[in-house]
Design a protein around this ligand. Sequence first.
Ligand code: PLP
Length: 284
Amino acid sequence: MENIGYYNGTFASLEQLTIPALDRGVYFGDGVYEALRVERHRFFALQEHLSRFRASLAFLRIDFMMTDAELTQILQQVADRVESDSQQLYFQVTRGTAIRTHAFPEKAEANLLAFTRGVPLADLTEYRRVTVLADMRWGHCNIKSLNLIPSVMAAQSAKERGCAEAVFHKNGLVSECSSSNLLMLKDGVLRTAPADAQILPGVTRAHFLMLARELNIPVDETAFTLDEMEAADELMITSTSAHGLPVGFVDDRAVCRRDEALLRKLQKAYREYFWDTLGISDHI
Ligand code: PLP
């Protein structure tokens, strides 16, 4: 099969999978999610994703009784039912199914939804265009909550402006993008906003920072301004699906392309780490 979904014990094609109308994810977005890369049916950085998932569940006080081992077994079954060697797997847990009242229901068991489909790895060569928008999200952006309306609206605005991503700022200070982190190279230093409540602590972001340190590239976790962003030597959008995409334009203004050697070095280090960690050596 080319795509498959799972909901509370049932596997079905994505066209056929259904969930109850009273799942609190449907009407409140009352849940958390994760998205993983799966190459040749092996998960990349599973532990990092699971630990962020547990932190998100704890913040929202959702009781999810499954152990990591039980959850992983289900995710593996989902991935194994899809033939593609290159997948993007999504899973979410909601607080449960109950009549709609805002406060937590007395009795409700968490619901697990998972699905995956073939998605090729991103092309890292081409410089992308971004736009800039005010960050209208809540004060807990470190939580991977299902409530993504500000990000959905921002992604649509970016698309309408012919951009790959929307960079968020608060009073001129850059936080991250609508569905990725933003890393800057300036004078040989890799800089990005700190992992506080203003951003999602990206698994990819953490890997790039780790690899930079290994390569003796100084790392600075201090937020930068929009002006500093425009004067960057290079900018990189990082996420599980994007890996590390270079930015060449902010709206119609050409930016970056001043330290391509360092950018390419980091991208190469990341892809090598990616394949090594997966234990795959014969990739293209
Ligand atoms: N920031 C936001 C708002 C995101 O939605 C995502 C990914 O979904 C990221 C950053 C990147 O996180 P990761 O590298 O763990 O995919």
